[in-house]
Design a protein around this ligand. Structure first.
Ligand code: GUN
Length: 387
């Protein structure tokens, strides 16, 4: 049995052929390691009676070493490999640009026998749709988009909840009453996160104002650092970011101000500047998807998990953060878990003074997914929104 499995695995460890030169294609060593071949399914994993393991592919937009977004997806991949043992075989391709290469990689993964493919960035959306239309036997999971099909599900994490929790801490720490965000790509998710961070900060300190610099990329550490520098030069003393690397945090440390880790635990990159990390845990959702696929019950849909589902948290809050803010973070987390608190509850005004949510009104998902304005206190306007 072991020998058979090993042969099958070795067959799956052939290098990718048709990935463009700029794409670093890496078949996960972990997925091919004898350790994982021998791993038995953990308690709770379904005992599927399959003669061949389910082949699962992951496509990443930045290098795993980004320490944030992609790193967390990779932790999710490893977790399901460990959990489901020899019922599944996983592999990944990293640093795939959000362009035509993405479609080629998706088709290549399907050609290798992947029956479940996770495409983990917003800009892959059109390429997922195109590939999926020709590959009805493959199930696609697309992170942070909204388009679905019979064989395409959309999924995301409520990163805005993490942003709000970080904001609570930021509002309690700023001395200049000016916080800043290094923003990545102007999609609704990112605009929602910027606003949520500022709402969290203002909930502790109503005087908080905010500045935003857009870098229009997910992963470009020098550009992220440059944006952070310009915000600090403009009087910002606490930074948040929606980019993929720890560059903002490291810049904050060099300049003697504060910042957060985002998506992954970035505390080790800049311990003096680090106030907390808003961390995504993809494991619960990836476990559900694999379980459903193995059981033959996979369905398309739009899945959005957050603090309540164990998919989002603010971790490693720095010691020097005032107890009042730590207590508020704990209270909000409890409220998000039991449904008694919602980040987007009125009254909320945009930065032109218009009421966007009336007092006591809780935003529904449709509102949250369509936010294209800045809340009161944020300078400037959302790119392309024409406020
Ligand atoms: N990094 C790369 N792609 C994405 C995305 O779609 N959302 C977020 N939050 N970060 C990313």
């Amino acid at each position: 049995m072991t020998l058979l499995i090993q042969r099958r695995w070795l067959g799956q460890c052939k290098p990718l052929r048709s990935v463009a030169a700029v794409t670093v294609a890496v078949l996960a060593l972990a997925a091919c390691s004898p350790k994982e071949e021998a791993a038995a399914p953990q308690a709770g994993a379904p005992a599927a009676d399959t003669s061949a393991p389910l082949q699962v592919g992951f496509m990443y937009v930045s290098p795993i070493g980004d320490g944030g977004w992609t790193y967390q997806h990779e932790l999710g991949r490893k977790a399901i490999q460990e959990k489901f043992g020899d019922q599944i075989v996983t592999s990944m391709v990293e640093s795939v640009p959000e362009g035509p290469d993405a479609e080629r990689v998706l088709r290549d993964l399907a050609g290798q026998g992947k029956k479940l493919i996770f495409a983990t960035s917003f800009g892959f959306q059109e390429y997922v749709q195109k590939a999926a239309a020709d590959l009805p036997e493959v199930k696609f999971e697309h992170a942070t988009g909204y388009k679905q099909a019979d064989n395409v599900a959309a999924y995301d994490t409520k990163t805005f909840e993490g942003a709000y929790l970080a904001g609570i801490v930021a509002g309690s720490m700023t001395k200049t009453n000016t916080v800043g965000v290094v923003a990545s790509v102007p999609i609704p998710e990112v605009v929602r996160n910027i606003n949520s961070f500022v709402l969290g900060a203002q909930s502790m300190n109503p005087a908080v104002q905010a500045k935003v610099v857009w870098v229009n990329e997910w992963f470009n550490p020098p550009k992220e650092a440059e944006a952070a520098t310009s915000l600090i030069n403009g009087g910002v003393d606490v930074l948040y970011q929606n980019t993929n690397s720890p560059a903002v945090l490291k810049t904050a440390q060099e300049r003697g101000v504060y910042a957060f880790g985002k998506d992954g635990d970035m505390s080790a990159y800049a311990p003096q500047a680090h106030l907390g990390s808003a961390v995504i845990n993809w494991e619960p959702y990836y476990t559900k998807v694999v379980q459903d696929t193995l059981a033959g019950t996979w369905q398309s849909g739009n899945f959005w998990w957050g603090v309540k589902e164990g998919a989002m948290d603010l971790v490693k809050i720095a010691e020097q953060v005032p107890q009042e803010a730590k207590d508020r973070v704990a209270t909000v987390k409890t409220g998000l878990q039991d449904g008694s608190f919602a980040v987007w509850t009125g009254p909320i005004r945009d930065n032109q003074g218009r009421e966007v949510l009336a007092s006591g009104v809780v935003a529904n998902d449709g509102f949250l997914r369509g936010i294209n304005f800045y809340v009161q206190g944020i300078e400037g306007q959302v790119p392309g929104a024409g406020q």
